[in-house]
Design a protein. Sequence first.
Lengths: 122, 232
Amino acid sequence: MGVPISQILLTTGFLLVLIGFWGILRHRNILRIIIGFSLIDTGMHIVLVATGYITGGTAPIIDEALGIKEAATRTVDPIPAALVVTAIVIGFSVTAIMLSFAIRLHATRKTLSIDALTESRW
Amino acid sequence: MRRVFILLVVAGFGVIFAGLVTGYSERQALSALATFYLTEVPVDLGAANVVTGILISFRGFDTLGEVAVLFMVAASVGVILASEPGDKPLLLPAIGGKGQGPSELVRNGAEVVLPLIFLFGTYVIMNGHLSAGGGFQGGAVVASGVMLMMLAYPTGPLHHGFLTITETLAGVFYVSIGILGMVLAGGFLDSHILPRGEFGTLFSAGAIPLISMLLGIKVGAELSVIIDRFRN
């Protein structure tokens, strides 16, 4: 019995989030910032799914291997999985909007660096 | 200076996350809500895949809102990227008349792989209530096929109006099924309007396969519209 599965998943997810934070803070290129955001997003999804894991559980799909009677005792929590499907779509939408803004930015300023946007600094 | 600050911030978050991970003990039992879903979805709704059952039935209204979000994204990406008349286009035309076309490899590969991708997407959509998959996942597979098609045939047969009409019709039918659920069964998007059928077969689980199919068509069309907007 080594490290629990949910611990591994949580570590992976949080590491991705940290890499994303670093990418957002470190880089001035807006495309790299968007990639950082995507990493945070993906890491959060992994963390969410990891919280739904029950020790020894299997996928919540009823088939020959998993009867209706034992469904409630042998499966992982289906709710985080259902929520993450939603979250993935929202993440995709936000990324698409950000990318189109990046294209707009490049069209007006001829650069992808956020240093060009001085007037929106406070 | 800046670098030190960034390192401090990331390290701070790292400490917080490490505390969360070490303090987390793996769950041993399901919550009451999860147990309810796991017993109710197969027995009452007749869907073998509990996640699809939750998404389409219990959280059906949420899923409808999700699709609305996708629609708004497609529309707003179009608005943001729209170029005013007289301006030169924002994006370079994907493949101009004299530009370099897609390579032989991409075009031949697309001819082999595209039917398989679309078939797989349809399979994932249609079996959403039986095995892993569903409308969102299958729609994304179909949209990835559409993207490959756009790469292989830049001036290709895909018509923007066709996508928009498909998407609109799927949305209209989705809402109509929801309203039918209010009239014939317990509430908006209730899947009991169709017979439950035999558990584990393709035509079972009431209206869930139908809703899943409409959802798949709508998601696939919307994602294709978004990809298409980035193209021109």
